[in-house]
Ligand binder design. Structure first.
Ligand SMILES: Nc1ncnc2c1ncn2[C@@H]1O[C@H](COP(=O)(O)OP(=O)(O)O)[C@@H](O)[C@H]1O
Ligand SMILES: [Mg+2]
Length: 245
């Protein structure tokens, strides 16, 4: 999650998800962004329904699990997920629909359920936070993406007080251009303000990561082994080991 667009949320969900699956973990990716980019990124179609039906109609996740790769399933956004943001009825229970649906499904048997969030902080984002044990925030190397981070911290604090428990926070540096001075400055700032919460691995800017969605492939399926695949492999290991920078 990050309210800024283009920081690498979807790229991270897809490639971290596949990295964990390749390590033998059972993973499901949930596309909570109505744009439906998770399906496209993995060469799947987004027109069979998915989270829209689960959240709006109360249908079961188990009917919408699409096998994407070994150990990796996807639940697509579906065509009508934006309608959920406009949902007026249902009072405070509206925030818990995703959590309840996960609890009633076979997703509980997964090692990881990764939720790709939209850039807005509406009902979809709240449902994601209320369902999550951990929050992973991609921060790219610009100040506006840091700004997104401070807004999420406010939402997280409020959510934790409603939920009555804390949610573990991880920050991941994405789209890093190591030759830019600003990159080092942003990294130092987040390390200073979020000690012990910034994952060790830095995801570098790499044109291959931008090309992969058009091929419907994760970075691990690219024609040659590339350094950005190593970045996501190492990020997966950081998460498993709790390694921070
Ligand atoms: N590390 C990276 N290097 C190069 N391009 C990237 C990288 N991460 C993401 N991109 C590209 O940047 C754009 C935005 O990334 P995306 O993951 O869709 O961001 P978000 O989901 O936060 O809006 C996409 O075109 C994506 O392919
Ligand atoms: Mg996205």
């Amino acid at each position: 999650m990050n309210q800024k667009c283009g920081v690498g949320k979807t790229t991270t969900a897809v490639n971290l998800g596949h990295a964990l699956a390749l390590l033998g973990k059972k993973v499901t990716l949930l596309d909570m962004d109505p744009q439906g980019h998770i399906a496209i990124s993995l060469g799947l179609k987004n027109d069979q329904g998915g989270l829209d039906r689960v959240l709006l109609k109360g249908e079961s996740f188990d009917d919408y699990l699409m096998p994407a790769r070994d150990n990796l399933d996807v639940v697509c956004a579906g065509n009508n997920l934006t309608d959920f943001e406009r949902l007026a009825l249902g009072g405070s229970s509206r925030g818990y629909r995703l959590r309840r649906a996960i609890e009633a499904s076979t997703l509980m048997a997964c090692d990881f359920v990764l939720i790709d969030c939209p850039a807005s902080s509406g009902l979809l984002g709240i449902n994601a936070i209320f369902a999550a044990d951990e929050l992973l925030i991609p921060v790219s190397d610009d100040y506006l993406s840091l700004q997104g981070l401070s807004r999420i911290m406010q939402i997280l604090k409020r959510s934790e007080s409603v939920l009555g428990h804390s949610i573990r926070l991880w920050i991941v540096s994405t789209r890093m251009q190591l030759r830019r001075r600003l990159t080092a400055e942003v990294r130092l700032k987040i390390l200073k303000y979020f000690p012990g919460r910034v994952l060790k691995t830095v995801i570098k800017e790499n044109a291959v990561l931008a090309a992969c969605p058009s091929l419907g492939k994760s970075v691990f399926e690219y024609e040659e082994m590339v350094t950005c695949a190593e970045d996501y492999q190492s990020l997966a290991q950081d998460l498993l080991d709790g390694r921070t920078g």
